[in-house]
Design a protein around this ligand. Structure first.
Ligand code: ZN
Length: 88
């Protein structure tokens, strides 16, 4: 019984560490661990592949919604290039 209780506790802890993002291509729900991403990247963004359609995604954490904003890597690169063009 103690072990089952411990397992339940671990599961709740695990769920709380993950934040939701929706794949812009196939609409799959992605649960992304923010703390690991923050440690790995040291910033409020990251990237990963959709587990369902395998699209490579750019991720930004949205503090207001406590969820991830997602966009395809292609869209992200297009936006980056556009921003740079405007600066130059
Ligand atoms: Zn997808």
């Amino acid at each position: 019984m103690n072990q089952a209780k411990q397992g339940e506790k671990e599961r709740i802890k695990d769920t709380r560490l993950r934040y939701k993002g929706i794949c812009p291509v196939c609409g799959a729900e992605l649960w992304i661990c923010k703390s690991i991403m923050m440690i790995d990247f040291g910033q409020n963004m990251g990237h990963g592949s959709c587990y369902q359609c395998n699209t490579f995604l750019h991720l930004t954490f949205n503090e207001d919604q406590q969820a991830f904003d997602t966009e395809t890597w292609d869209d992200y690169m297009k936006r980056e290039r556009k921003e740079k063009n405007e600066v130059w």
